[in-house]
Design a protein around this ligand. Structure first.
Ligand SMILES: O=P(O)(O)OC[C@H]1O[C@](O)(CO)[C@@H](O)[C@@H]1O
Length: 616
């Protein structure tokens, strides 16, 4: 079976960093408007060349203007463009408007072969190709909503069995059949412990779909911040006894999640509760977490599959179990996602909303992430969509190398909160300040459930204001050459939420193919994790050195330089200073005399010898 890499690599001349030989030198600023519409890679290289050229003459704004001059301003032509490009998914009640992105027909034609290659790559991926070559893994999140698509019967059974187990377990918990040992008799709270893809999906969906009175309320520990963890546990108070703790980690070894678990287990011990009777694990079979849960006899364990990445795991047990426990209709979520999957398999660009998004992203960011994606949902319940997308897009697309090993430093930055709240925060800069972004508006047509609306002034409801703010901001931005996409859904329902997730998952996959990168690994994250491990190892050495000094002479204090030398880490003196500053601030068994503002004045000692540690 052809790999994604193999398919993409047949388009070397279209990589962003490539330059079409001989075409650059004659191009001048006044010809840019035409050039940008005729060839994408040409556009990048021309843009770079002209950027360098223009900055010499302090006329960078001229270059930007040249691109924006192409935005259609005539209202009639703009309306025609709107209608012409409007995508509608009738059954899902979802619309996609790309008319406020300035791509031309020529640009679309130029991109067409690359889209066809991307569609083919997606097809291969769905058929079970090793689409994550670095990790030698299949990428199968699309099978989760339609198990029949999984490449073999074993996987199909795994998916169906897990879904059935999730539903049964959630029903049993909600009905009180599975209950905590406490006298309350049923679980009332969920405490979800996980980070990144093992938190962001469940957080987004919980916020999006939360009814006013869910059968179980959910809260999250998604960090190793002790104060944050204490706060969550304190908020639970006596309800800890009726809290179902779901520990989610695909790898089963993520330090933040492990720490969260250990802290929660300590809280259970202190409250005289048996954690195992209230703990659930979602993780890969035989991971550290899985083995711990099995050996300790936790209430339940659910599998996380090797072929589902953390950031695309919302439709696996990771997202489905918390959602089902809150009584969200997870089958509807799956249907929404599956319908969107079907639509985004189209190989006709205009009929494929994910491809249209990828096209807009490519145009707006020059295929090199030159602009940020600002996500603005005009609906409070979708507040966390931008945070969710931040991981999905940035962890997938933010890559140093492409599939052919060229250094490309790809990515698209994503941020945003919600409209119209952001109108009073940063829209000022979007409208008038540095032009380094494009906007995605998320519009929800239904303001309130039927029968609840009222006019707060004649003919106008509160929701009309929200609508007006969205439309006004979209128009005002466009009038100042700021491009935008608008995604419209009828309502925020399990189905539309599933569809939105699927839409963006596929858009990221297609875009990754367009720019020839592996969207399904995250090698960059490892560097920070490794460095954090080294800091903690250094901290242990610092403590050992101080302990040794104390054992020799309890009154002996050491300078930072002496500690660094004795740790055989003279180059790490700054880190040693930070370690001591942090430990001193937390009343740890270490005394730092002097002024932390003047590192050379510091004298550090333990004051007490720990003989056991000395010979450890
Ligand atoms: O589910 P895990 O294995 O705990 O990983 C959590 C997150 O950490 C990352 O691996 C990044 O460190 C994400 O990709 C992932 O979603």
């Amino acid at each position: 079976m052809a790999s994604v890499s193999g398919l993409c690599s047949s388009f070397p001349s279209l990589k962003p960093n490539n330059r079409i030989g001989g075409e650059l030198s004659p191009v001048r600023k006044d010809s840019l408007a035409v050039s940008t519409r005729s060839n994408s890679s040409f556009k990048h290289s021309v843009a770079r060349e002209l950027s360098a050229d223009l900055s010499k003459t302090n006329d960078v704004a001229g270059l930007k203007q040249a691109k924006q001059d192409g935005l259609e301003k005539d209202p009639k032509a703009l309306w025609r463009r709107y209608v012409d490009w409007l995508y509608q998914h009738k059954e899902l009640g979802l619309y996609l408007d790309v008319s406020r992105i300035g791509f031309s027909d020529e640009f679309v034609s130029e991109m067409e072969p690359r889209f066809q290659a991307a569609f083919k790559a997606m097809e291969e991926l769905e058929r079970g190709a090793i689409a994550n070559p670095d990790e030698g893994r299949m990428v199968g999140h699309y099978w989760l909503r339609n198990a029949k698509l999984a490449p073999n019967p074993f996987l199909q059974v795994q998916i169906d069995k897990t879904l059935a187990a999730v539903c049964d377990f959630a029903d049993a918990v909600i009905s009180g059949k599975i209950k905590p040992p406490s006298p309350e008799g049923r679980f009332t709270q969920i405490l979800s412990v996980g980070i990144g893809g093992s938190a962001l999906g469940p957080q987004f969906v919980a916020e999006a779909l939360a009814p006013d009175n869910p059968p179980l309320k959910i809260r999250f520990i998604d960090n190793t911040d002790p104060a944050g963890i204490d706060h969550q546990i304190a908020q639970l108070g006596p309800e800890l006894a009726s809290t179902l703790v779901i520990v989610i980690s695909k790898s089963g070894g993520t330090p933040e999640t492990r720490n969260g678990l250990l802290e929660v287990q300590k809280a259970f011990r202190e409250a005289g509760l048996d954690f195992a009777k209230q703990g659930v694990a979602i993780t890969q079979e035989n991971s550290l977490l899985d083995n711990t849960a099995r050996i300790e006899g936790w209430v339940a364990r659910f599998p996380m599959f090797d072929w589902v990445g953390g950031r695309t795991s919302e439709m696996s047990a990771v997202g489905l179990l918390p959602a089902a426990l809150q009584a969200f209709d997870i089958r509807e979520m799956l249907i929404g996602a599956s319908m969107m999957d079907e639509a985004t398999r189209s190989t006709v660009l205009r009929k494929n909303p994910a491809a249209l998004l990828a096209l807009c992203w490519y145009w707006a960011t020059d295929g090199i992430g030159s602009k940020d994606m600002v996500v603005l949902p005009y609906k409070d319940s979708l507040l966390l969509f931008s945070r969710y997308l931040q991981q999905l897009v940035m962890e997938s697309l933010g890559k140093e190398f492409d599939l052919d090993g060229n250094r490309v430093n790809q990515g698209i930055s994503v941020y945003g909160n919600k409209g119209s709240t952001d109108q009073h925060a940063y829209i000022q800069q979007l409208r008038e300040g540095v032009h380094n972004f494009f906007v995605t508006f998320i519009e929800v047509l239904r303001d309130r459930p039927p029968g609840h609306d009222w006019e707060l002034e004649p003919g106008v409801t509160c929701g009309d204001y929200l609508f007006g703010m969205l439309q006004g901001t979209r128009s005002a931005l466009y009038a100042n050459d700021r491009e935008s996409i608008t995604v419209t859904v009828q309502e925020v329902t399990p189905r539309s939420v599933g569809a939105l997730i699927a839409l963006y998952e596929r858009a990221v996959g297609i875009y990754a193919s367009l720019v020839n990168i592996n969207a399904y690994h995250q090698p960059g994250v490892e560097a920070g994790k490794k460095a954090a491990g080294e800091v903690l190892a250094l901290q242990k050495r610092v403590l050992a050195v101080l302990n040794e000094a104390s054992c020799e002479d309890p009154a002996e204090s050491l300078t930072l330089q002496e500690i660094a030398d004795r740790c055989h880490a003279p180059d790490d003196i700054e880190m040693i200073y930070k370690i001591i500053e942090h430990m001193a601030a937390n009343d740890r068994a270490l005394i730092a005399e002097g002024d932390c503002g003047s590192p050379y004045s510091l004298k550090v000692f333990l004051g007490e010898c720990n003989v056991d540690e000395l010979y450890a």
